[in-house]
Write a protein that binds this ligand. Sequence first.
Ligand SMILES: NC(=O)c1ccc[n+]([C@@H]2O[C@H](COP(=O)([O-])OP(=O)(O)OC[C@H]3O[C@@H](n4cnc5c(N)ncnc54)[C@H](OP(=O)(O)O)[C@@H]3O)[C@@H](O)[C@H]2O)c1
Length: 247
Amino acid sequence: MAGRGCVVTGGSRGIGAAVVRLALAQGADVVFGYHSGEKQARALADELRTAHPGRRCTPLYADVADTAAAERFAASALGHLDRFDVLVNNAGVTRDTLFARMGPQQWHEVIGTNLDSMYTVTKPLLMPLVKQRSGAIINIASSSGMHGTPGQTAYSAAKAGVIGFTKALSKEIGARGVTVNAVAPGLIETDMTAAIPEDKAEFLRSLIPGHAFGSPEDVAHLVCFLACDRARYITGQAIEISGGLVV
Ligand SMILES: NC(=O)c1ccc[n+]([C@@H]2O[C@H](COP(=O)([O-])OP(=O)(O)OC[C@H]3O[C@@H](n4cnc5c(N)ncnc54)[C@H](OP(=O)(O)O)[C@@H]3O)[C@@H](O)[C@H]2O)c1
């Protein structure tokens, strides 16, 4: 990752923040997006600039569900980097409920943030990579998108869409030296899973051979591997990182 320029959406906390930390530690310059967590994002950037003097770490506002806001984010991100090599589409939300009870707002929030963002953020950042004839795009999907999770119909649909998008785009731009892969986490300890009631969390742990949720760092290592030259022959894949979760 040394000297590479990375853009990460949803980098203010959880998996995105772990990717930002690891990319900086591996020598990359990073622009990352936040939505509601400006204070957290600025604190993270301050901490990382102190820890890695000479590296760039820039937080920028981005609502990835909003085409115009995502375009502004992408243009500004490119302006903060000397070079651009890696896009990590990580921002996501859940609004869990049974489909029979789901309102249109829940559906559209989940599809907007998790799936529309594949268009809104990737579109303005694609041509620089294609023209450069090198780079990596890593989209964060989910085990839910591979297997379907009850209570998460919209989320499962969005994340399955992320995987389809990944596979199709990898075929469109593979000849231009740009790889496109999806990473599909199972259950990872972040704010997203902290909301799960303990009795349900205990049941979910019983479905994992090691009986433990993964850490954001586990996912970050896979993302940063896919972003580096050693992964240049891996594209169009959806790699599940779930501790062997049986669904
Ligand atoms: N945790 C898991 O078990 C798990 C499993 C499978 C997949 N995933 C996926 O992994 C990714 C990261 O999840 P996480 O667990 O780290 O979640 P998290 O801790 O809840 O963090 C979500 C991140 O997304 C950002 N975000 C939310 N809405 C946004 C919007 N409209 N525009 C821009 N950014 C927005 C948040 O920014 P602010 O804080 O600034 O609002 C935050 O940085 C998501 O795509 C999620 O679906 C997570």
